[in-house]
Design a protein around this ligand. Structure first.
Ligand code: GDP
Length: 194
């Protein structure tokens, strides 16, 4: 099984807020081909369908997540669909984002190094309180693994990020990825979240 969630976030200064009842802008970042669209499709539609590319340019899908206490969180998920190359898009893309999900492919060290680049970009352009998750996707391809869990954990901890490995193909940890944000209690509830 893919490794589960790890800490890495400081709960000492946790505020009174969590995401129940809120609308949350979540941006996806990562190399082309790591599985960003497939992760979203798996979460939103419960399917794995690599042929249905829904994303053309920067677009978003929303998904309302029902919680056990019968409240909801509505994620507005932004997927760049490769447009992240255009620097001009960055300020608009990051604006108001409470959550950033940075995805790499566990079989591709290049995509891991690209993920580290995106984290730096987020640290530069994102809200200072943005909550970041590092996601190693394609965890079903264990035999082709080229990025170790330890390297990813070390990096995530150093940068105060959640870390999780997922598989959009098998659905492993996909819901868990989104659930982890719900219970995080120190969100910046400002900007476009209302
Ligand atoms: P994006 O460019 O980051 O949006 O990547 P896509 O979602 O288009 O996925 C790129 C390719 O990776 C697709 O052909 C998928 O079949 C494949 N893929 C995505 N997620 C997984 C996964 O979890 N496991 C495996 N084995 N393949 C995946």
């Amino acid at each position: 099984r893919a490794p589960g969630l790890l800490g890495g976030l400081n709960s000492e200064n946790a505020g009174p807020n969590d995401l129940r009842g809120f609308r949350v802008k979540l941006v996806l970042l990562g190399d082309s081909g790591v599985g960003k669209s497939c992760i979203v499709l798996r979460f939103v539609r419960g399917q794995f369908d690599p042929t249905s590319k829904v994303t053309v340019g920067a677009s978003f899908l929303s998904q309302t997540m029902a919680l056990e206490d019968s409240t909801t969180v509505k994620f507005e998920i932004w997927d760049t669909a490769g447009q992240e190359r255009y620097a001009a898009l960055a300020p608009l893309y990051y604006r108001g984002a409470a959550v950033a999900v940075v995805v790499y492919d566990i079989t591709s060290p290049e995509s891991f190094s690209k993920a580290r680049y995106w984290v730096k970009e987020l640290q530069k352009h994102g809200s200072p309180n943005i909550v970041m998750a590092l996601v190693g996707n394609k965890a079903d391809l264990q035999e082709n693994r080229e990025v170790s869990v330890q390297d990813a954990v070390d990096y995530a901890e150093k940068n105060g990020m959640f870390f999780i490995e997922t598989s959009a193909k098998t659905a492993d940890n996909i819901n868990k990825l989104f659930e982890c944000f719900v219970s995080h209690r120190d969100f910046p509830l400002d900007g476009e979240i209302q």
